[in-house]
Design a protein around this ligand. Sequence first.
Ligand SMILES: Cc1cc2nc3c(=O)[nH]c(=O)nc-3n(C[C@H](O)[C@H](O)[C@H](O)COP(=O)(O)OP(=O)(O)OC[C@H]3O[C@@H](n4cnc5c(N)ncnc54)[C@H](O)[C@@H]3O)c2cc1C
Length: 344
Amino acid sequence: MTVTGAVSADRMRDANALLERVRQAAPEMRGRLRPAALLGDITWFRVGGPADVLFSPADEADLAYLLARLPEDVPVTTIGLGSNLLVRDGGIAGLVIRLGRGFGQIALEESGRIRVGAAVPDVKLARTAAEAGIAGLSFYRGIPGAVGGALRMNAGAHGTETCDVLVEARAVDRTGRVHRLALADLGYGYRHCSAPGDLIFTEALFQGRTGDPEAIRAEMQEVADYREARQPVKSRTGGSTFKNPPGRSAWRLIDEAGCRGLRIGGAHVSEKHCNFLINEGEATAEDIERLGETVRARVRARSGVRLEWEIKRLGLPLPGRPVGEALALAAHEGGQESAGAAGM
Ligand SMILES: Cc1cc2nc3c(=O)[nH]c(=O)nc-3n(C[C@H](O)[C@H](O)[C@H](O)COP(=O)(O)OP(=O)(O)OC[C@H]3O[C@@H](n4cnc5c(N)ncnc54)[C@H](O)[C@@H]3O)c2cc1C
């Protein structure tokens, strides 16, 4: 298999065999199954090998039906809009689930509440709330994921996080059982959700407050302008790469370690915001992971701080290739460093 294009005949055969197994196990499934679907076409970084089988369920009942019948040995991975993902070059084994149209509903409820399907883009949630005069959700204007990803990541910006505005969520587990979860069940922390990893979020209920649509729209514009000025939002990126360590800024530690502008293969550390990694066009997932691990190693050497990945790295490397810390280059190896400049 190549990194960007064709899938090998062996991989294609395995993918078709899995697709057949899934079809036989769940003959009344109404969603769409695609063998060997290239995830690099979906992720914001525009890298990543194939999913053995990509499943887009028709709706929550269809998702639950398939999961209840899926053989236990088939691994399941959920993805959203891919704005916080680094999918490795060897792709993801098993079934990858991506919610689509059947999870795109939006309903306004009483007292400033809004119920949305997990495939609704955060930006659309923010806009719908603004039009309805519901304040408190403008921060979603700047987050390029969908609601399911926001629930899993506790996505947040400008001082508000998902857990500040969430009332409850619905999810389906690996056995097909549907759960209704109150906020307290989700165990939220900074970019962290401790709900079981097999839960696939299908819906969320948010609480806003009454506001003036014009004022909310102006606030959303401020959010958009702020990002445009400070972040490489039009690049192939995964957003903030590392979590801010307690009381510290990841970007400042990266800058102090001399990593602003650092290049490895087709990837570099953004000059505009050095907690963002950029695919210049031809990067592999390995280039990006190596760049991230090299930044981590240099920050650790400079400040003693162990940065923790905020971006989720999923899947397999190409055969025989390393992953994780083993990829880091030593300070004297490869990469070119630029002089640090003030900024983020
Ligand atoms: C330019 C840019 C700016 C960004 N700015 C911010 C920001 O300000 N604040 C912030 O918090 N994030 C930011 N991000 C990161 C990202 O947008 C958020 O983490 C977002 O919530 C991810 O949503 P997604 O749909 O893209 O999920 P993905 O990236 O596809 O997945 C992220 C995680 O969520 C899980 N997941 C996705 N959908 C579901 C589901 N339905 N059920 C269960 N698990 C699911 C995946 O398994 C994975 O673990 C930014 C990213 C970019 C590219």
